[in-house]
Design a binder for this molecule. Sequence first.
Ligand SMILES: [Zn+2]
Length: 347
Amino acid sequence: MKTGLVIPPEQGLHETGSHPENAGRFPAVIDRLGEDSKRHGLPVFDSRDAGVEDLLRAHTESHVENVRVAAETGPTWLDGDTVASPESYNVARRSVGASLVAVDAVTGAGPGVDSVFAIVRPPGHHATADRAMGFCLFSNAAVAARYAREVLGIPRVAVLDWDVHHGNGTQDILYADPSVLFISFHQWPLYPGSGWIDETGVGEGRGFTVNLPMPPGSGDREHLEGFRAIAGPILDQFDPGLLIVSAGQDGHVADQLANQNLTAAGYHTMAAASAEFAAQKGIGLVAIHEGGYNPETLPLLDHAILAGLGGYTPDLSGDSPAPEVGDNGWTERLGQVRRAQSVYWHI
Ligand SMILES: [Zn+2]
């Protein structure tokens, strides 16, 4: 399995000050993934600017304009968590553009690899069609999915979001769209508060949104069970022509923004399982970075993911151990998800 990277060099210019989502998150990640790239011969693709016409595939004109003006006159707080500084509009367009370069690369429209990991900030999955929120300006994943549909003519696209927070923005944009399947693993309850089991889509989109709200304390075992029991079979039946992973690593046991117990081995397994699914279907995979806020552990986690995509053995030394957790309600929750989704899918 051939994987690659796209890493826009300008992303440090999205200045957020002392904020969990800050310019210090990625320098060590980029060093670590750069070593992987050299050792395993992984291509690193140049990014490009997404055009306004691309942003409009998922966002309203007024939202795009709001972000542009907020940045121009910034720093401007767009909500309690989300700031636009003078370069933020340009960096966010570069971040979306990196996601589109990744889509091109895995679909034959570009240089030809099986998967690409786009290391981008600001993240995207909380940005709705018409507003910025939760550190996010534009939904990289939703724009990438729509681009694959509208420009490349791929009939069905799946978005798998394993960030610890619910991908409310991506869900909101795609909620009525039966051509894009959205599956989200997230801690519940947690910010932003959405993502309960009964949010399954609307209108023609009913059945094409799948939420797995994980109880606090869930770790590798619970996530992998959710993969095997729910996400895997639904992805298989949906039969997408492209898989997009919203890869947020803030469910790691040492991440300070949530209470989950995933380890680097868990992220590696999820990435490898996703790559294996894509290989079986003969489709491309694009992983787009979302959260992950512990700068000490993020390089290891992103290395684990890249190794899972590329099919090489990661070095997981230095990971934090996950505590033993008793029954946290997961088994019952899994049953609830299965009942809600069995209306639409054979699971
Ligand atoms: Zn998150």
